[in-house]
Design a protein. Sequence first.
Length: 161
Amino acid sequence: MVRITEAEEIEPSSRPAVRRHEKLAQRFGPNRWSDARHSWKTPACPMSSASFASAGATTLAAWESRDNVFLAKLTTEGEANPISPVGPTRRKHPSLATNSKGEILLVWTEGTAWGRGGNIAWQRYDRDLKPIGAPGRAEGLPAWSLAAAVAQPDSTFQIIY
């Protein structure tokens, strides 16, 4: 797995905005690559955290952008179609886990900032990235913390924070 970042300044100011192109690439053979491109304009670090997981032969990626988290399958067909949880909350720090049933758990933080804690939230998905049940949420994430998604041997999930 390779992560390539291309950046260019797009408008001059005292705090320049930068358009960053994050390109995730996976090699499947001598001349076969999969890549997913997701572009945005931000004066901040556009990918302060990301998570990868495998589900059989499928590689999943989760990342943050524009105060949201995104989830996508990386395929040999080129661009992925990222999805994100529903709702207006600021999301950061995604974590992924997959279980033996092919289910996916996406966990993220909400309301966190420099030196400030927040909450954790999560959504389960099936192998086609369709939500399973309602999203979950827990309060009380300490400052400087984040959550980790873990799949257990019995196919249940655990969130550690």
